[in-house]
Design a protein around this ligand. Structure first.
Ligand code: LCV
Length: 259
């Protein structure tokens, strides 16, 4: 059974997350299906992609599939992790990706939405970044996604509190492009996509890639790289990391001891 729906119409490709039973958790299978669809969209020379959940969704995505987070001293967000692969796919897709948001966006899905080129959300949509709640040592490129999308203090409030933020608050911060009522959001988003689709796909694709390169242009010394890896290893080897994952699986509140 496919975990997404995909369609192309008038040069606009739409991917609909369709894994409601697990609240559209970004499992490896779902991520691989999105990646394959992006390849198909590329072959069909789609000019805009829209990433959404089913209309009326209460949860847009519950984020990384926690059941797939490794224990036993393995990096939970390494290069080959499905969420990391998905973020890179969105950033590398040669046309704008618009996130159409209804419902709650959680954890790694919040980063996924922030990595999209534009965000249109209903007033009821909420956004929560949850590494601190789960005890996960988020990775450098992931944190850079937050830093490129949000003012540092807002990024830190999202990351340190793990509390959901409203679409209106994020729109005021310039993180969300438009807040649109649910009844109008599909047409609104398609109208914006059609405007883009009538412009030069070459110019847009090259500007998108330049903006990606510029946003990622940070000099990092080998010593800094090793320090980051060492800091993260302390966390994913910690008792607290295992506690966060196990508490989620046991549906209980985690107790963090800072070790
Ligand atoms: C696997 C799930 C999930 C899920 N994975 O429905 O950013 S980081 O670092 O934290 C990163 C590692 C990350 O993204 O971690 C995931 C962070 N996500 C969250 O903290 C959200 C966790 N989910 C929830 O709080 C609730 O599920 C919400 C509020 C999204 C929806 O609540 P609701 O009552 O509607 P359930 O909780 O009953 O979930 C329905 C089924 O989906 C599974 C959950 O285990 C349940 O499966 P079972 O019926 O088999 O028990 N599910 C939900 N989220 N992230 N599985």
């Amino acid at each position: 059974m496919s975990l997404i729906l995909a369609e192309i119409s008038d040069g606009i490709g739409t991917i609909t997350l369709n894994y409601e039973i697990k609240r559209n958790a970004l499992s490896e299978q779902l991520v691989l299906e999105i990646a394959a669809t992006f390849e198909k969209f590329k072959a069909e020379r789609v000019r805009v992609a829209i990433l959404r959940a089913r209309p009326g969704a209460k949860v847009w995505s519950a984020g990384h599939n926690v059941a797939e987070l490794p224990l036993g001293g393995l990096d939970p967000l390494g290069w080959q992790d499905p969420l990391r692969m998905l973020i890179r796919d969105v950033e590398a897709f040669p046309a704008p990706v618009i996130a159409l948001i209804e419902g709650g966006v959680w954890g790694g899905a919040c980063e996924l939405v922030f990595a999209c080129d534009m965000i249109v959300a209903t007033p009821e949509a909420t956004f929560a970044a949850t590494p601190a709640k789960l005890g996960v040592p988020y990775n450098a490129t992931g944190l850079l996604t937050f830093l490129n999308a949000a003012p540092p203090h807002i990024a830190k409030e999202l990351l340190f509190t793990s509390r959901p933020m409203t679409a209106a608050r994020l729109e005021r911060q310039g993180i969300i492009n438009h807040v649109v009522p649910a009844a109008e959001i599909t047409d609104f988003t398609h109208e914006m996509a059609q405007t883009i689709a009538h412009n030069s796909p070459l110019a847009i694709g090259v500007m998108k890639e330049q903006l990606r390169i510029l946003a990622a242009a940070h000099a990092l010394s080998p010593a800094d790289f090793e320090r980051i890896q060492g800091l993260r290893r302390v966390v994913y080897n910690s008792r607290d990391y295992a506690e966060g994952i196990n508490a989620f699986k046991e549906k209980r509140t985690p107790v963090y001891l800072g070790e």
